[in-house]
Design a protein around this ligand. Structure first.
Ligand SMILES: [Zn+2]
Length: 1162
């Protein structure tokens, strides 16, 4: 049957190619037209696959190359060609092969005054032009000259022809060589003139299509640099910018405004960032290497030459990307399956024994452990001793590095010192005056009346509004935590004591306000934290603490047109520079702080732990461009920001633009807001980070990186994150950050609190030092499990035989969300919650809560002080350069070597592109399967247990979504913790946990932004998931099971729901963000309109055909056209009729020709 159908169609096609009988040809055309006018595109594709394009082209050649071309044949033929050709991906080749280009061009030339004929030719030329090679040929053969004869200034006559000609021109200008030719012949200026003319005369907006068509021509032509230069020289920016100013809010004109904004963005002169060097302001000399090998990248390099390469590749980008993704999958079964050799001598592993004190716990030790730990109490003096010693200056730091290097050369001594908190004692006394080692220098600057402050504080509680006024006068808050480096300032002669007393007073009031936070502990820990800049200033939020707001905050609804509006504001800087100030108001690279004291200007500051802001430029009165600092020893990884801003006016919307973002897209386009902390709010009892800011969007800007700085990639772009903030109070001190900050000192003080608050009779808790970081900070390692029930040897044995769970976080310093999740995990694990008790009885937890302390401290986003992404070093970590990774891997090796490889390994991360929380795991079978490998996966045996935990989490953790998980092993990730721990340590359940920065699109928190409460909950629920997993998998002791059953009646329910659900294995769903009214044009310069879509052309053809019979309107019937119209008339009878009435010499199958292929997978 199918064959017969095919042969029917082929018969038709061969007839039309070969016949010279007018009647026959007309009939076949009529049948084909009828067939293709209904049904889906599949019919057309079927016809293409049977040689339809070639047949029609041949027929065109036959009909056109006669002395007197017959337009009765040509017009329906051209319509068919336009319709079929646009759907034929190889049409361009076919057209060239059959040499149809010149024939069509000359047909058009002959019909310059015959508009109906001409418009048909133009449609087909447009389809030709959509192929780059055919388009280039058209350009060479004079197509553009022809078109400019048709495209006229404003006219009401023949506007359809003009429109069709503009359509061809726009398509032609997608080719670089055509664009060059057009620029050389002055067509760009001509296009600008034409656009201005149509824009001016078309007051009633009848010809939006034509105006937009001209803009599309400009948009394509300006893909080449010479065109952009010509455009700028011809005042194109001003002309286009001005032309849309009065129609910004006119909805029907949106396509015009959008296209104008795209052209303006593209032509905006490219510039390097306003920085002397892209290198991070912070430099750290590495052990073993003197000269930095960073790529040179100054503004002198070329950054303009970009954008041209992209154009002709655009079409297939998506396919390429998908292919690359699949190429990234590891398909070498041996690589997936085999375990590589140890990356170090075996006898090195023995040193890690000290990191597992739980394995050698003896009866005697147990005695001392359960005793109250008074014995370990330190003399208060030792605390102070620590301070004076540990606030290092740069020179001291370097010495320490050297010392560290020597140490590493001799082999590390990890775990040797039990890393004890040394702050408890003085803190317990509640004497803040014990702490002023920090206060003396850091808080010296302000001399204020303590009593007055006390009064204000009182007022704060009773009458907040009044207080704000008073606080404004005092403004102590700015100074207290915000004293610039001593090296810049020198100690203030005034009131050192006063400041610390203020702190004392405040803290007395504040005592115990925030669970698991102690300002005292924080201050003490911060004092011994080592940073490159030797920070002397505390950021208020870290010191004072954060208590999440009682209500969740919704994902921000994106305002329609916000991106466009922001872009026009940006362009206005160039065109109407009248109000542009362009003044640097903060610069990390400048030592002199004097620039910050201008009136009517915000003050910025970022020299504190985790701070990141390099430069602030006041652009307009209430608008600032901000530049983030690159990771230490790097020129990139800009994403994390955290800075202080003060001296604001009340009720003023301030616009902030962070102009050196690097990612091509951001959740800031999908409802995410940055976070803000107000000191005034905090003092009024609302100490909290909240999501803040509106008019938020993220888009590519005009700043470019030089090729050298971009690692060889030409002219890599920067992106702008813009947001507007109206501060809650005037004269406040506020902090803005990418996400809820969580510093190293926060972690260390949190650990202190955990140690203090746990029940030592029940909770076995050890804090050790894994190793020192390059920056000289201890990397903490925790061990948490349940104390043995009794001192009996069987209980001791049970104790040390519990399976291990290894958890870690914050290898990427910008992922502070991971720390909040880890905080939730740790708090839960040491808590008195009965589930936590069970958990401790089931497992020994080894926790590395912060694998990259130096990165966190110094405000990095991605790397360590060595400039390396530590989560890409797991295959062969360097003892010197990546000590935390080296020793974590060593510890895991050790556990493996004694037969105690962890049951579960999980590395907590943050994900900046997706919503929700999910896991990545490792599976050979799923990887091979996804890669489409033909390898017999039955040969590969694999336990599917890696799916259990995420499935459980999907049920118990509201933010968690199973469908976002995947278990693929990518080559590009082969050196990550997850993959290495899976392959080399042999941990089946080895995961990366990805936590959103943004919010949730599923479940209980759907539509909400994530807060610290939800993140902490996730950490706790992860533990619950572990417990359920264990109870399901292993035959636990009866007692345990009974306890569990009492606690977890949800277990049953979970079991039920699982069995109900179809166990669909394909969970590899790609999460697409919902579309907005506005195209989010954050990515490419030229691909976001719908020109590639031919439905417009189809519609146009249809319209003309339909109305041709009746009204002739503006198309002004010329001679020879009446004939054509009669042909039109015959067109809309059904093809069945046509076939019968004309008695076609064909088998009576034509309608059936496509019947089968509609549904068959052609
Ligand atoms: Zn990460």
């Amino acid at each position: 049957m199918a064959e017969q159908e095919a042969s029917g169609l082929q018969h038709l096609l061969s007839t039309i190619q070969n016949s010279h009988d007018k009647e026959v040809i007309l009939n076949v055309l009529s049948i084909l037209t009828g067939l293709l006018s209904i049904g889906t595109d599949r019919r057309i594709h079927y016809m293409i696959s049977k040689g339809g394009s070639e047949a029609l082209l041949q027929a065109l050649m036959n009909a056109a190359q006669t002395a007197q071309p017959d337009y009765n044949i040509l017009l329906p033929l051209l319509r068919l060609l336009a319709k079929v050709g646009q759907r034929d991906r190889k049409f361009g080749q076919k057209v060239q092969k059959l040499e149809a280009i010149d024939v069509t061009l000359s047909l058009a030339r002959k019909n310059l005054t015959h508009h109906l004929n001409l418009i048909h030719c133009l449609w087909v030329l447009r389809v030709y032009a959509s192929s780059v090679s055919a388009g280039t040929k058209l350009g060479i053969n004079g197509a553009m000259e022809l078109l400019f004869k048709v495209i006229t200034p404003y006219t009401k006559k023949h506007s359809r022809t003009v429109r069709a000609a503009i359509g061809v021109l726009a398509a032609l200008l997608k080719s670089k060589s055509n664009s060059r030719r057009a620029v050389n012949r002055g067509y760009l200026c001509e296009l600008l003139r034409l656009y201005q003319d149509w824009q001016r005369c078309d007051a009633s907006n009848r010809f939006i299509h034509i105006r937009r068509g001209l803009l599309l021509c400009l948009k394509h032509i300006t893909n080449i640099q010479s065109a952009r230069e010509t455009f700028l020289g011809a005042h194109g920016m001003e002309i286009l910018f001005t032309s849309v100013q009065d129609c910004l809010d006119n909805k029907p004109l949106d396509p015009i405004v959008t296209t104008v904004s795209q052209i303006l963005r593209k032509c905006f002169p490219k510039r390097p960032l306003p920085l002397a060097t892209l290198h991070s302001s912070y430099c750290f000399s590495l052990p073993g290497s003197v000269v930095s090998e960073l790529p040179r990248g100054g503004p002198e390099d070329d950054y303009e030459d970009d954008g041209e390469e992209e154009v002709e590749k655009d079409l297939h980008n998506e396919e390429v990307e998908r292919k690359e993704e699949d190429d990234d999958l590891e398909t070498d079964v041996n690589k997936l399956n085999s375990k590589p050799d140890l990356d170090r001598p075996e006898d090195e592993l023995q040193q890690y024994e000290t990191m597992c004190p739980e394995l050698s716990l003896t009866f005697q030790e147990l005695e001392t452990v359960t005793e109250d730990k008074k014995g370990s109490e330190e003399v208060p003096g030792s605390v102070r001793g620590t301070y004076s010693q540990v606030i290092p200056n740069a020179a001291v730091m370097k010495q320490q590095h050297r010392r560290h290097r020597d140490q590493s050369a001799m082999g590390p001594e990890p775990g040797e010192t039990s890393f004890k908190t040394s702050v408890q004692n003085w803190a317990k006394k509640g004497k803040c005056t014990e702490a002023p080692a920090l206060g003396k220098k850091a808080m010296g600057e302000s001399a204020r009346d303590i009593d007055a402050l006390g009064e204000r504080e009182e007022l704060c509680r009773s009458q907040p509004p009044l207080l704000h006024h008073l606080l404004k006068e005092a403004s102590w808050d700015t100074r207290m935590f915000h004293t610039h480096c001593a090296s810049c300032f020198g100690p203030s002669p005034l009131g050192e004591v006063g400041a610390s007393d203020i702190v004392t007073k405040l803290l007395e009031r504040h005592q115990g306000n925030i669970p698991f936070h102690s300002p005292h502990f924080y201050m003490a820990r911060a004092a011994s934290t080592k940073s490159i800049l030797d920070y002397r200033v505390l950021a208020f939020p870290d010191f004072w603490g954060h208590h999440p707001p009682p209500h969740n905050q919704c994902l921000l609804q994106r305002k329609d047109g916000v991106q466009r509006a922001k872009i026009f504001e940006d362009v206005r800087r160039l065109i109407q520079p009248g109000d542009v100030i362009d003044k640097v108001v903060f610069d990390l690279d400048e030592c002199s702080p004097s620039i910050t004291d201008a009136p009517d200007c915000l003050r910025f500051f970022s020299k504190f732990e985790s701070g990141n802001l390099r430069k602030a430029i006041q652009v307009r009165r209430f608008e600032y461009d901000l530049i983030m600092n690159a990771d230490v020893n790097s020129v990139q990884h800009h994403q994390w920001f955290y800075f202080e801003v003060s001296a604001m006016k009340p009720a003023i919307p301030y616009r902030f633009n962070i102009i050196n973002c690097e990612k091509v897209n951001s959740q800031f386009n999908y409802g995410m807001q940055p976070v803000m902390y107000s000191v005034k709010e905090a003092l009024c009892g609302k100490p909290r980070w909240i999501r803040a800011g509106y008019d938020i969007c993220y888009y590519k800007n005009h700043y470019r990186r030089s090729a050298a700085a971009a690692g060889g990639v030409r002219g890599k772009s920067y992106y702008t994150l813009t947001f507007t903030i109206t501060f809650p109070h005037g004269e406040d001190v506020c902090y803005l950050a990418y996400h809820y900050p969580y510093t190293y000192s926060t972690l260390m003080s949190h650990l202190d609190i955990l140690e203090e608050t746990r029940n030592p009779k029940k909770v076995y808790y050890r804090q050790q030092m894994l190793c020192q970081t390059l920056g000289g900070n201890p990397c903490p390692l925790l061990t948490i499990t349940a104390m043995p029930e009794t001192k009996s040897s069987s209980d001791l044995e049970e104790f040390s035989n519990r399976p291990y769970v290894v958890l870690m976080a914050r290898v990427h310093p910008g992922e502070s969300n991971a720390s909040w999740v880890m905080k939730g995990t740790m708090e839960f694990l040491v808590s008195s919650d009965p589930i936590a008790e069970l958990l401790r009885k089931c497992f020994i937890f080894k926790i590395l809560p912060m694998l990259n302390p130096d990165g966190v401290i110094n405000g990095n986003h991605r790397c360590s002080l060595s400039g390396d992404d530590l989560n890409r070093q797991w295959l062969a970590p360097s003892c010197q350069l990546h000590p935390t990774i080296y020793h974590t891997k060593g510890l895991l090796y050790y556990l493996c070597s004694i037969g105690r490889a962890p049951l579960v390994f999980c590395d907590y991360h943050g994900h900046s592109q997706k919503k929700n929380v999910f896991l990545y795991g490792c599976s050979i079978k799923e990887t091979l399967w996804q890669a489409g490998c033909t390898i017999n996966t039955a040969v590969v045996t694999e336990d599917v247990g890696y799916r259990t935990l995420p499935k459980i989490l999907d049920k118990v953790a509201p933010a968690f979504v199973m469908s976002s998980c995947n278990f693929l092993v990518e080559k590009s990730r082969e050196s990550t913790a997850r993959v290495v721990v899976w392959r080399e340590i042999g941990v089946l359940r080895s995961y990366t946990m990805e936590n959103t920065y943004c919010g949730c699109s599923h479940g209980l928190y759907k539509g909400l932004q994530i807060g610290t409460r939800e993140l902490e909950e996730m950490g706790a629920k992860f533990c619950l998931g572990l417990l359920i997993m264990q109870l399901k998998a292993l035959p636990c002791s009866k007692k345990l099971m009974a306890q569990a059953a009492a606690l977890l009646d949800l277990e049953e329910e979970i079991e039920d729901r699982w069995s109900q659900r179809s166990s669909s294995t394909s969970s590899l769903e790609i999460e697409d963000e919902p579309p907005f009214g506005e195209d989010i044009d954050y990515n490419t310069d030229s691909c976001s309109d719908q020109e590639g879509d031919f439905s417009e052309l189809d519609e146009e053809i249809q319209q003309i055909s339909m109305r041709a019979e009746g009204e002739r309107e503006e198309e002004g019937a010329g001679e020879g056209q009446s004939c054509s119209f009669s042909v039109f008339g015959g067109f809309y009878i059904s093809s069945q009729q046509a076939a019968n009435s004309k008695g076609l010499p064909l088998p009576s199958v034509p309608l059936g020709v496509f019947a089968g292929c509609e549904s068959s997978p052609a």
